[in-house]
Ligand binder design. Structure first.
Ligand SMILES: O=C(O)CC[C@@H]1NC(=O)NC1=O
Ligand SMILES: [Fe+3]
Length: 410
């Protein structure tokens, strides 16, 4: 039987992001090969035995290229109608984000634009945003609902998310975010809306296999601890994992709440308490850092990075790509902000956009370059992995592979 690899790359530098005792899990002057979409060989060139052409159908040498696991953007709201550029102007004229939300702007104005768009229009408006992330090294991304806020529009959003994955040949994981904002028609009936989300929308969309995880916006201008708990209990009944926008603007105990459900992640966390961090550590809940929102809101209170380190809470980094607080079209720019604004190290930022981001999506088959894992990898024109956080903007990506197939990035 033919046991040859499908592809072997020679003379490359690997940031494996495994714990091999070296920064970035680096192996320089290395070889990496895969078969049937899974990595089967990772190691120094010196360990390669025999003629490479006898080992693999296709052999390429890329002297000096650095290769990382394909980047994972574990928190985006990139499906939506319209945009909020005018609010950007208002905020620059001194109106606060919370004030805009209370005046029916913010998330709700994106809701109106999303409800008016049909599925093909939503796809056409959202694809360029997903392409921008892929052009900067992403091979797996998460997309939330939450701008429909009624059954058909939420369904349309999640169907568009699935279509983006198929259209671009990348992995898309969906999160149902029905508890993102109170829609105008339920302004006086919030309990009825929470009931609609928990008893009608979630079960129906889960039944249509459109939901990989359940999220909520637990915040003063979002939903309460009790409303979030009710949703999470429904998600648990349906066997769906949970994650949470927690402690972005205040401490409502969201981190401890999502940890109590062994949640995949707590996201934002600028106001996370030590108790919340301790609960996350005990539950293995990932802390997702979203510096794009912190930057766009001109926030001044960074998340407690040192506490996450002390308690061994894994930190991920994501774009939070959304039209209001983080219109950020590059995961590498989020990594740069995570270093410069939150003081994460470049290695922590890269780990946060690979293996820890994969864990925040409940995916353990990717995020590192190791035998048996998916052959999802990005090839970069850099001389050191720290450059991925160092350069502010720019086009550093040279090549992408998804499950062993070279990605054509339009
Ligand atoms: O303003 C928007 O459209 C989304 C804001 C975004 N959503 C959320 O739950 N937190 C945020 O910062
Ligand atoms: Fe978000």
């Amino acid at each position: 039987t033919d046991t040859r690899m499908d592809q072997l790359l020679l003379d490359v530098n690997l940031a494996t992001m495994t714990d091999n005792g070296r920064p970035y899990g680096a192996i320089e002057h290395a070889a990496i090969g895969w078969r049937d979409g899974l990595i089967v060989h990772v190691g120094p060139m010196s360990e390669l035995s025999g003629d490479p052409h006898a080992l693999a159908h296709r052999v390429d040498s890329m002297p000096g290229a650095w290769i990382t696991p394909g980047l994972v953007d574990c928190h985006t709201h990139l499906v939506f109608g319209g945009d909020r550029a005018t609010e950007f102007e208002q905020r620059l004229e001194g109106v606060s984000y919370e004030e805009i939300a209370r005046k029916g702007g913010g998330i709700v104005s994106s809701v109106r634009a999303t409800r008016m768009a049909d599925e093909d229009e939503l796809l056409a408006q959202s694809l360029p945003r997903a392409r921008a992330l892929v052009a900067d090294g992403v091979t797996t991304l998460e997309i939330k609902s939450g701008y429909g806020l009624e059954p058909d529009a939420e369904r349309r959003m999640l169907r568009v998310a699935r279509r983006i994955g198929r259209e671009l040949g990348i992995t898309v994981r969906t999160s149902f975010l029905g508890l993102h904002a109170l829609p105008p028609e339920y302004r006086e009936r919030r309990d009825d809306y929470v009931g609609l989300v928990c008893e009608t929308m979630l079960p129906a969309l889960a039944d249509e296999e459109l939901v990989d995880a359940v999220d909520a916006f637990c915040e003063t201008i979002g939903f309460t601890h009790a409303e979030t708990q009710r949703l999470f209990e429904r998600a648990r009944d349906l066997g769906l994992p949970v994650k949470l926008h927690a402690e972005q603007l205040s401490d409502l105990g969201g981190a401890a709440l999502v940890a109590s459900f062994e949640g995949l992640s707590a996201d934002h966390l600028e106001w996370a308490s030590e108790d919340g961090v301790r609960a996350m550590a005990a539950a293995g809940t990932v802390a997702v850092m979203l510096p794009g929102a912190y930057y766009a809101l001109r926030d001044t209170r960074p998340p407690p990075i040192e506490r996450f380190r002390q308690h061994g809470v894994p930190m991920a980094v994501a774009t939070d790509l959304n039209p209001g607080t983080s219109p950020l079209l590059s995961l590498r720019l989020a990594m740069s902000m995570a270093c410069t604004l939150f003081r994460m190290t470049p290695e922590e930022a890269l780990r946060g956009a690979t293996v820890h981001a994969a864990r925040a999506l409940g995916l353990d088959d990717r995020g590192q370059l190791a035998s048996g894992l998916r052959a999802d990898l990005t090839v970069w024109n850099v001389g050191h992995p720290a450059e991925l956080s160092y350069w502010i903007g720019g086009n550093l990506r040279r090549d992408s592979w998804v499950a062993g197939e070279r990605l054509i990035v339009a």
